[in-house]
Structure formats: C-alpha cells, structure tokens
Write a protein that binds this ligand. Structure first.
Ligand code: TXA
Ligand code: MG
Length: 345
C-alpha cells in the first residue's frame, strides 16, 4: 500500500477546511486508517464504528486483539452517543482536563461502536485530544476515531511523523505530519466506572493533578505488583523496548560507569541513557541525554525519541538512569521499566 504523507501546520486558522484534512477525513470515512498527531504521541486513527477499519488498525500494528483501543472525540455530543452514563467524577475531570492527555473509562452504550474496538468489553476508553490537527480531523470525519499509538506493537510510541513512517510506511493509507508531539508519554487512563476513580495507566496528567480536582484517586495495584493481572489489558505486555537490552540503574553515575567499564572490558559496545545534567560525566560508546532531570516534563517529551535513537547506533547493551516517581516521573518510570523488562540494578 502506498502511504501518503501530508504536512499540516497546526497553527493555521480553520484547519478543518484544509485540503489535507478534508482528504484524510474522506479516507477515514472509507474505513482506511491514517496516522495523526495528538499532544501525547501519534495515533493510528480509524472509524471506531467500523469492524473493517478497526481490523486494519490491529493488523497494521500487529496488535493483540484482546487489547482495546481508545476512542477519540472532538466534542461532548460524541461522548453521549457512545457511553451509557457520565458519572459526576468524570464530569469534573472532563471540565478540568479535556481536551487533554486524560482517557476515561465509561460503561459503553451498546450498538454504536465496533465490538472489535473495545475488544468485546462492556466498558469503553474515551479521550478528547488537545491537538488542533486531531480535533479538526475528527470533526471533519464526523466519526468517533479509534486510535492506539501509531507504532508497531512492542516498539516505543511515536512522537514524530518520521517515527510513524519508520514503523508503518506501506502498511497504512496516510500519515498527517503535524510536527513533534509535546507531552511525549501517552494519556493517563482513569477508570470512572466504580466508586472511586482508579488510575490504570499513569500518563500526561499526574495523580496530583487528578486529586486536586476530585480528591482521593487510587492506582491499580497491578502497576507495581507484577503478580496481579492489570485491569488495563495493554499494561500486561512488554513494550517500548529498544533492540539492545536496557538495564536501569538506581545508584547513579558512579555505579553506571562501573558497569559500563565492566561490559566494555568484555568487548561490548555500551550505551548510556542519561540526562543533560550528566552527559559529561560518562565515558561510553554512545551517550544520549533524555531531557533535563530538573524538569521531568522534558524527559517525558524526549523519552521515546531517545529509546528509538539507540536502534540507529551500534550498541550491545544500554544502561539507563532512573527518575523520582513524582508527577510525570511516575509515567516515565512506568514506561522505562517496561522498556527494560529487567529488575532495576
Ligand atoms: O495518549 C494516548 O492515549 C495515545 C494517543 C494516540 O491518544 N493512545 C494510546 O493508545 O496510548 P494505546 O492503544 O496505545 O493504549 C490504550 C490503553 C491500553 O493500555 C488499553 O489496554 C487501555 O488503554 N484501554 C482501552 N480500553 C480500555 C478499557 N475499556 N478498559 C481498560 N483499559 C482500556
Ligand atoms: Mg501504545
């Protein structure tokens, strides 16, 4: 399949009338799939009402079919059409954080959405992305858009159109290039179907921000206790991994340098994933900074690009620094431990 590339300036007025948006929206209504920028990561969008479109999303990514998709909407009318009810806590969260990097789980209204999009569950994940290109495209298509991250399953999520192209060129109808995404990690997923809200996946909106609006929020215990099955099906898979094994190290620069020296003595090419503060403090074959430690948002923004960059260089093993688990640091550490797959050294 030939994959079209459309460049779109996200800052122009009346984006919804732009030829690229109109063309991509038409393709969506024909149940083909296109990648689109959001404020978190690029998504692979398709008509959420169509089994055919949803099947194409799963096929293009190589995604397991038991892992449901997030439905992206551009206005609250669309929400009313796909959920059974909107609990009070969800209303407050919507007021505070939509459009934005927050996905809410609702009880699903039967009959509207493709059963494949929700993997046959009785609930549905919905979010309104805070990105002019995504919003214009959803409005233009006049459809709820199912959109997982636009990476091949298992790879780091894409934060640029180039990342999408690297993974999915030839497998999808088109890619809308709206420039690099901002937040860098995916949306926070919050289950609103019970008595108190539960974080199923940490992300761009922090626990502290949620609690500032609705009081106590709990976190799915499976996120830290790996003997339990996560309530969000996607959280059980290894994910985000670079090709070379990545080991996270708790003890800081000296410990990492010691490990680097050991592996180099064995003849390995060694990479270090650090931050701008520490780049000068290592000697290794490849040293990539990932944002600034003093501002964790910059680490989130650079995270997937840095993980992907290690696939472009010749390294046999990577050692990485860890981050404090406060604010967006929770999401960063969640993704890093999944990317690693090994216990922290
Ligand atoms: O920021 C984001 O959320 C990005 C952009 C493109 O919007 N999308 C994204 O989608 O990260 P995806 O498919 O990579 O991750 C969706 C997550 C998965 O962990 C999935 O299991 C979970 O949401 N999910 C979807 N529907 C659910 C449901 N009904 N109950 C629990 N978890 C659900
Ligand atoms: Mg994903």
């Amino acid at each position: 399949m030939l994959t079209s590339m459309w460049k779109v300036d996200k800052d122009v007025d009346r984006l919804i009338t732009y030829p690229q948006i109109v063309e991509a929206a038409q393709i969506l209504t024909k149940n083909e799939v296109v990648a689109l920028p959001t404020e978190t990561v690029y998504g692979l969008g398709g008509n959420a009402e169509s089994d055919e479109a949803v099947a194409k999303i799963f096929a293009a990514k190589g995604r397991p079919s038991d892992n449901p998709l997030i439905i992206h909407i551009a206005n609250l009318n669309q929400l009313g059409e796909i959920v059974k009810e909107i609990p009070d806590m969800a209303k407050k969260l919507i007021d505070a954080f939509w459009p934005g990097p927050l996905t809410l789980i609702f009880n699903k209204k039967i009959g509207k959405l493709s059963e494949k999009a929700t993997a046959g569950l009785s609930t549905v994940a919905v979010r309104m992305p805070n990105h002019p290109v995504a919003l214009a495209l959803i409005e233009a298509a006049q459809l709820p858009i199912a959109a997982p991250s636009a990476n091949l399953s298992g790879r780091p999520s894409p934060t640029t159109a180039q990342h999408v192209h690297d993974d999915l060129n030839g497998r999808i109808a088109g890619i809308m290039d709206g420039g690099p995404t901002g937040v860098g990690v995916e949306s926070t997923v919050v289950d609103c179907t019970g008595d108190i809200p539960v974080i199923l996946r940490p992300g761009g909106i922090t626990k502290e921000q949620l609690e500032g609006v609705i009081g106590e929020v709990s976190t799915d215990p499976a996120l830290t206790d790996h003997t339990q099955a996560p309530k969000s099906p996607g959280m059980k898979y290894r994910h985000y991994s670079p090709n070379a094994p990545l080991y996270l190290v708790a003890d800081g620069v000296n410990k990492i340098q010691e490990l680097v020296n050991e592996k180099r003595a064995e003849g390995m090419k060694v990479g270090v994933m650090t931050t701008e503060e520490n780049v000068e403090n290592y000697q290794a074959d490849v040293i990539f900074p990932c944002g600034r430690r003093v501002q964790l948002e910059t680490v989130a923004e650079a995270l997937y690009d840095t993980l992907r960059a290690f696939n472009e260089v010749d390294v046999d093993i990577i050692f990485g620094e860890i981050f404090p688990e406060t604010g967006v640091g929770v999401a960063i550490m969640n993704r890093l431990t999944k990317a690693s797959g090994y216990p922290i050294i």
